[in-house]
Write a protein that binds this ligand. Structure first.
Ligand code: FAD
Length: 410
C-alpha cells in the first residue's frame, strides 16, 4: 500500500510540469503520488510566463502536445466549478520578409495537417484585427482564430487541484536535497530535513534546477538556463483587451494585450545565460548578470519592432519581466528515462513552451511512467539524443542559448 513515505512515484517540483504530470498520473487508480515543492505551487518560472498557447508548432509532435493542453483546459474546472479563464483571442502571424513568409506558409500547412483553423488574410485585415500593427500592403498574414492564452498560475493550480482530488499528495516548503540510489537504480529522494522518501520512480520536474539534481546520479541533462523576457505597457487606446496574440518573425518578437496595455517579448540579440549551479533557490526577482534590465535588448530590437508596431513610440512601459527558460539545443523538451539508469525520469527543458505543452508533457510522462503506450512518439524527447555532453560546459550552454536566439515562433 503506497504511503507518503513510500509512494509509487515522487515528483520533484510543483511547477506547471510537476502538477500536470501529477494530474495525469492520478488518473491511474491506486497509484501513490507525492509532489515535493520547495516553495508554493507554480511560483517559480511558471508564474513568469507570457503563456501564449499557439497550437501549431514547428513539429507535429509538439502540436499534438499543445492540443492536449487545450483539451485539458476544456476538462478542468476551477475550484468553484467555473471554466478556466482561457482568453481565446486567436493568433496572427505577419511577415514581409522571405524567412517569415516561409514560416507562415509552413504554419498554414501544418495547421491544415493538424485540422487547426487557419486563414490567410490581407495586411489590412491583419491591422483591423490588431490595430497596434502597422504593416506594408505586401505583408503576408495568417490568422488562427482558436489560439489563446491563459494565466499560467491558474492552469498550474487547476492541474494540482484535480491531482489532489484524485489522491496525490503535495509536500510544500520541502526541498529535495539528494536522490537515493542503489547501484544503477534511483530509489527515492532525501529531503533537506533528513527525511527519506522511497519510490519506484522519481520524476525530475524541477525546472531549471533539474540539471543539478540529475547530476547527483551522473546524468547530464542537455539544457541550460536561458533568459526569456517581455515588457508590459500602460493601457493605450489602440490596445483592445480582446485583441489577438501577434507573432512577428521579422523582428523576433511577439505581442498580446495585457489589461489594456501591450505585452511584448523580444528575442535576445546576444546569449543571456546562467550556469545551472549559479541559480538561487528562488527565481522571484532574479536577474541575469548580462543586461539585467533588458535595456540593451530593447534598444537593439527597437527599430525592427517599430517597423511592425508603430504604436511602440506611444507606449509607456510599465513593467519588465525577465526570468529563466530551460532551453535545449534543438528546442525539444527532455522527457523520459535515461538509458542505463532505472527509476529516474526527467520532465524538463521545455524551451519556452512549457505552458503551451504542459498537458501534453503531463500525459506523455505519465504514460512512460506507467508503461502505457505513449500518445505521441517519445523519441524526439530522448535524454541521450545529444550524445555525451557536459551540461556545465560553456560551449554546451552557448548551444542552448543559440536555440533561443533562433526561435521565431510564439
Ligand atoms: C519570461 C518568460 C516567458 C515565457 N513565456 C511562455 C509562453 O508564452 N508560453 C509557454 O508555453 N511557455 C512560456 N515560458 C516558459 C514556461 O514558463 C516554462 O516552460 C514552464 O513554466 C516550466 O515549468 P516547470 O514546471 O518546468 O518549471 P518551474 O515552474 O520553475 O517549476 C519547477 C519547480 O521545481 C521546484 N524545485 C526545484 N528544485 C527543487 C528541489 N530541490 N526540491 C523541491 N522543489 C524544487 C521549484 O521551486 C519550482 O517550483 C516563459 C518563460 C519565461 C521565463
Amino acid at each position: 500500500m503506497p504511503t507518503t513515505h513510500h509512494p509509487d512515484v515522487v515528483i520533484i517540483g510543483g511547477g506547471i510540469l510537476g502538477c500536470a504530470i501529477a494530474r495525469y498520473l492520478s488518473q491511474t487508480p491506486g497509484l501513490g503520488i507525492v509532489v515535493v515543492e520547495r516553495h508554493g505551487l507554480g511560483e517559480q518560472t511558471t508564474s513568469h510566463a507570457a503563456a501564449l498557447l499557439t497550437r501549431v508548432r514547428p513539429h507535429r509532435v509538439q502540436t499534438a502536445m499543445v492540443m492536449e493542453t487545450f483539451r485539458a483546459i476544456d476538462e478542468l474546472k476551477s475550484n468553484v466549478g467555473e471554466p478556466l479563464p482561457l482568453k481565446k483571442v486567436g493568433s496572427l502571424q505577419v511577415s514581409a520578409k522571405p524567412d517569415g513568409r516561409q514560416q507562415i506558409e509552413q504554419t498554414a500547412q501544418r495547421a491544415e495537417e493538424a485540422g487547426v483553423l487557419a486563414e490567410r488574410i490581407s495586411a489590412n485585415e491583419a491591422m483591423r484585427l490588431a490595430p497596434w500593427l502597422e504593416v506594408t500592403p505586401d505583408t503576408s498574414a495568417l490568422w488562427l482564430p482558436d489560439d489563446g492564452y491563459i494565466d499560467p498560475y491558474t492552469l498550474c493550480q487547476a492541474y494540482a487541484a484535480e491531482a489532489r482530488r484524485n489522491g496525490a499528495r503535495f509536500l510544500l516548503k520541502r526541498t529535495v536535497s539528494d536522490l537515493l540510489q542503489q547501484g544503477t537504480k534511483v530509489t527515492g529522494v532525501r529531503l533537506s530535513n533528513g527525511q527519506a522518501i522511497s519510490a519506484g520512480t522519481v520524476i525530475d520536474a524541477a525546472g531549471p534546477w533539474s540539471t543539478t539534481l540529475a547530476m547527483r546520479v551522473g546524468i547530464h541533462l542537455g539544457m541550460a538556463p536561458v533568459r526569456s523576457h517581455y515588457w508590459i505597457s500602460s493601457p493605450h487606446p489602440k490596445i483592445s483587451t480582446h485583441g489577438p496574440m501577434t507573432i512577428l518573425p521579422d523582428s523576433g518578437a511577439y505581442a498580446r494585450p495585457e489589461v489594456g496595455g501591450l505585452l511584448f517579448g523580444l528575442r535576445d540579440p546576444q546569449a543571456v545565460v546562467a550556469h545551472p549551479e549559479s541559480l538561487p533557490d528562488s527565481l522571484q526577482g532574479f536577474r541575469f548578470d548580462t543586461d539585467p534590465t533588458g535595456d540593451l535588448a530593447l534598444e537593439s530590437g527597437y527599430e525592427a519592432l517599430r517597423g511592425q508596431l508603430a504604436v511602440l513610440d506611444e507606449l509607456q512601459l510599465a513593467h519588465y519581466v525577465s526570468n529563466v527558460s530551460s532551453y535545449t539545443p534543438d528546442g525539444f523538451a527532455l522527457l523520459g528515462p535515461m538509458p542505463g539508469i532505472e527509476g529516474f525520469i526527467a520532465a524538463t527543458g521545455c524551451s519556452g513552451g512549457g505552458i503551451g505543452m504542459s498537458a501534453g508533457i503531463g500525459r506523455l510522462v505519465a504514460e512512460l511512467t506507467t508503461n502505457q503506450s505513449p500518445f505521441v512518439p517519445p523519441e524526439p524527447f530522448r535524454l541521450d539524443r545529444f550524445g555525451v555532453i557536459d551540461s556545465y560546459s560553456p560551449d554546451f550552454i552557448r548551444r542552448c542559448a543559440e536555440a533561443r536566439a533562433r526561435k521565431r515562433t510564439g
